[in-house]
Ligand binder design. Structure first.
Ligand SMILES: [Fe+2]
Length: 379
């Protein structure tokens, strides 16, 4: 199974200008209360960013008792990408198949019924349905220039802790990485995407013995607190405990050994938008891409990653918060061009977002005054 060539998705290409722009969408948690708002904002994000590919890393849509309702929501979500001709890669989180009758395989089959899905797995071959790689060809289409890994990091272990990438999928990664290196006459750089962050994130955070402002207790050892280590590379903001998997089948170590992965991008921890570097690999968390209609969730959003085929050993990345997405001018233009609900959402996000931004700024400002510590870095 691990060698099965169907674990490789349809390839994509660098754009004609040699660039690859990825939008990382995660934890959309679409359900009755938020789906309408969330879809408006994701559509807006796609129109602003014009990404070449969307990678969706799980906890996507609530799996309702009525499978037709779940499928209806998935359909509305996929239609955003289909109508804009944006290829989509999907994997799952801990919640996708937690409730409701649809299994991961059935969900994957349905996602794959949309023409924008590049996930080749039809739900019948892979250990967890959502682990595959996406070759990225050079802009002239002549060679494989880059690679994107998408991993299904599972849901829970038997004791109910968060899961991780399975041993079979780690083995598959190792073999596939070797195969790609061999076929291309050398290492092909890559980025990896998955729902649950790797536990090695804690290795490069600073352990503190007692709770300090903006330090967080370890996911499985509540006595130890962690915060950014000023002696390590940090970017973005650590807002909550990284909820990594409890078991660990060596995914991160395998990536260090192979040396082809520049960064692992996760979701799962909705308010975390940060990155740390461990053994040459960026361990990054992206914000939840949903909007609940309240002030707080205007600080959610999405992540953009950009790669240039001229130098694939580097990439750039940043977060966009919903509260930065609409100017006064944008709203005026929207009023002339789109439907009432879209305009109402934009007005709501802008109004509540301005209050949230102020709130965040004051909170961080006070932290700096009282602790001398900067808790928001460049995102
Ligand atoms: Fe999650």
């Amino acid at each position: 199974m691990a060698n099965n060539p169907v674990n490789t998705a349809r390839p994509i290409k660098f754009n004609n200008d040699g660039k690859l722009k990825i939008i990382h969408i995660t934890d959309t948690h679409m359900e009755d209360e938020n789906i309408d708002y969330t879809l408006v904002l994701i559509a807006r994000a796609c129109d602003i960013e014009k990404p070449h590919i969307a990678i969706i890393t799980g906890d996507n849509v609530l799996n309702y008792d009525d499978p037709e309702k779940t499928k209806g929501y998935i359909s509305r979500f996929m239609e955003i990408f289909s109508s804009r001709k944006i290829p989509v890669a999907i994997t799952f989180g801990n919640h996708d198949s937690e409730v409701g009758p649809l299994s991961r395989r059935e969900l994957m089959e349905y996602y794959n019924s949309f023409d924008c899905s590049i996930t080749n797995d039809n739900g019948k071959e892979l250990a967890q349905s959502g682990t595959f790689n996406i070759p990225v060809l050079s802009s002239d289409g002549k060679e494989m220039k880059y690679n994107l890994w998408v991993f299904d990091s599972g849901d829970y272990d038997k004791e109910g802790h968060y899961g991780c990438v399975s041993p079979e999928d780690v083995e598959w990664y190792k073999k596939k990485s070797d195969q790609i290196t061999e076929q291309n006459g050398g290492k092909v750089y890559s980025l990896a995407f998955q729902h649950i962050i790797v536990p090695e994130v804690y290795d490069v955070l600073k352990k503190v013995n007692k709770h300090k402002l903006y330090s967080f207790s370890h996911m499985y050892n509540k006595k130890d607190y962690y915060m950014f280590d000023p002696d390590q590379v940090n970017f973005g903001t650590l807002n909550e405990t990284p909820c990594c998997g409890f078991p660990n089948y060596g995914q991160f170590d395998a990536m260090v050994e192979k040396g082809d992965v520049l960064g692992i991008f996760s979701g799962h921890d909705h308010t975390n938008a940060f990155g740390v570097k461990n053994k040459g690999i960026d361990i990054v968390n992206s914000l939840s891409t949903r909007y609940n209609g309240d002030r707080f969730s205007t600080m959610y959003g999405y992540r953009i990653l950009e790669v240039d085929e001229k130098d694939t050993s580097r990439y750039t990345s940043y977060n966009m918060h919903w509260y930065n997405m609409y100017s006064k001018e944008d709203i005026k233009n929207l009023k002339a061009t789109t439907d009432d609900f879209t305009v109402r959402t934009a007005v709501l996000v802008r109004r509540k977002g301005r209050i949230q931004k102020l709130h965040t700024k004051i909170g961080r400002g006070f932290t700096k005054i009282f602790t001398g510590r900067k808790v928001t870095y460049n995102a």
